[in-house]
Design a protein around this ligand. Structure first.
Ligand SMILES: Cc1cc2nc3c(=O)[nH]c(=O)nc-3n(C[C@H](O)[C@H](O)[C@H](O)COP(=O)(O)OP(=O)(O)OC[C@H]3O[C@@H](n4cnc5c(N)ncnc54)[C@H](O)[C@@H]3O)c2cc1C
Length: 415
């Protein structure tokens, strides 16, 4: 066993640090209103249903342009998309490292954009897309032709196989009817990847088809935006009423849409876990540093066991979770991720919970100033709280682990 990160990864981390220092930190300093205590206010277009301010989006796009020029943005993408097909381990190490630096333009939380891009749909388009559908690949990277993802509905989230949106054959095309909820970034998208039942019955995994629906198609309508714990919000409620699309709108195969969604679920979950582990490490380190310097009752706070022990618990958990994430990412580079789905889920729910606990503890150790927006912990807490719900909620991850532990749903029993 060798527990060192490979040298190509540590070299890459150093390269990214130098790039941030040279190209991103100065840009951030010029726009501090998006990062200091004014961040939610400056980023949010309050009169436009709480969506991101155009100036905030423009800054993110500039960050991504610089990162792409420097050869970092596409690191995790397939080589056919101009990427470098970086391993799961490398991407996990990078996510952990970038989040470990705290808030910044290099790795924005609210928008989930980063100098090393996270584009989950692109490998799917690359693998299954028609030449026309593949136009979204460059479009998503440049931000000029975005494709949003519409699986969740008002009535169904975790139980996506029960979704109620339908696709009905009509002549040589399809008519789609239904509702979508939490349809992130659809307001700036040119296409919406809509999942609709075209055959089978509620609860069947098969029979759901993924359609790329132009957002300006008649009957495709954004109703309103959901305002969230962390603002701005770009998560809309969408109505699809008699939306007509041709057969060529299908991504991959009729009835095999959920397979498209499943394809990137493991990569997404391990990356999210790595980001949470990095954020937790940052919060713990900042809290320990502050406890050493803050004098209360005539001595440093760090001398008090009531301050030490909760941080020790978090530190211990963070070390274990971080190492387990790296081990699982390393395994994903060697075997089908589906075989170790339970391990990926363990990483995900433990790391996301840890990030929230660590941010909460950092606020506590910092006292009143920890609650203020001058410090980043409230923002980190609010963002990572979302991860306990969105990429398959905590309960859904535990359900997956239980399937393997007890041998349910055709899964091998782990013990
Ligand atoms: C900020 C944000 C962005 C999002 N972006 C997108 C997007 O771009 N596209 C998209 O399609 N969706 C998106 N989502 C939706 C997200 O995927 C769902 O919210 C998530 O899958 C949970 O579904 P739900 O909200 O319907 O909760 P439900 O499925 O109704 O669950 C409610 C609660 O019950 C628990 N629960 C459910 N089933 C079980 C079970 N079997 N056992 C025990 N507990 C259970 C859940 O864990 C949860 O705590 C986003 C959500 C948010 C908040």
């Amino acid at each position: 066993m060798d527990f060192q990160l490979p040298q190509e990864i540590t070299t890459k981390l150093a390269e990214l640090d130098a790039f941030i220092e040279a190209e991103i930190a100065p840009l951030q300093r010029e726009h501090m209103q998006f990062f200091d205590h004014r961040r939610e206010y400056a980023r949010t277009d309050w009169e436009n249903d709480g969506r991101p301010q155009p100036a905030w989006r423009a800054l993110i796009e500039e960050m991504e342009r610089r990162a792409d020029k420097a050869g970092h943005l596409r690191l995790g993408l397939p080589k056919t998309c101009g990427g470098q097909a970086a391993s799961n381990l490398m991407i996990a190490a990078i996510r952990e490292h970038l989040a470990g630096k705290g808030l910044g333009l290099h790795n924005d939380l609210q928008d989930e954009s980063s100098i090393v891009g996270n584009f989950p749909i692109i490998p799917v388009l690359d693998a299954y897309g028609t030449p026309e559908q593949k136009l979204y690949i460059e479009g998503m990277i440049s931000g000029k032709r975005h494709l949003s993802f519409a699986l969740t509905e008002p009535g169904h989230g975790s139980d996506a196989t029960w979704l109620e949106t339908t696709g009905r054959r009509d002549g040589d095309g399809w008519v789609i009817d239904g509702m979508k909820r939490w349809n992130s970034q659809v307001a700036r998208a040119h296409g919406n990847l809509v999942f609709a039942r075209t055959s089978g019955k509620p609860g069947d995994g098969r029979g759901i088809t993924a359609f790329i629906v132009p957002t300006d198609a008649p009957g495709h309508k954004i109703l309103y935006n959901h305002w969230t714990f962390n603002m701005p919000s770009d998560h809309a409620e969408v109505e699809l009423k008699g939306v007509r699309v041709p057969d060529s709108a299908i991504l991959h195969k009729e009835g095999e849409g959920l397979m498209v969604a499943q394809r990137f679920v493991h990569e997404n979950r391990i990356r999210q876990a790595a980001a949470s582990a990095g954020a937790a490490r940052y919060c713990i380190a900042q809290a320990a540093k502050y406890a050493r310097s803050r004098i209360a009752f005539g001595e440093p706070l760090s001398k008090k066991q009531a301050i030490q022990f909760p941080l020790v618990e978090l530190y211990a958990e963070c070390e274990m979770v971080r190492n387990f994430i790296f081990k699982t990412a390393w395994q994903m580079d060697r075997q089908d991720a589906l075989e170790i789905s339970d391990m990926v889920s363990i990483c995900n729910f433990r790391a996301n919970r840890l990030a929230c606990d660590a941010a909460d503890r950092a606020m506590q150790v910092h006292g009143g100033i920890g609650y203020s927006r001058a410090l980043p912990f409230e923002h980190i807490y609010r963002h990572h709280r979302r991860y306990r719900i969105t990429e398959g909620s905590e309960e859904v991850q535990m359900r997956r682990v239980a399937q393997y532990l007890f041998g349910f749903s055709g899964k091998r029993a782990t013990v």
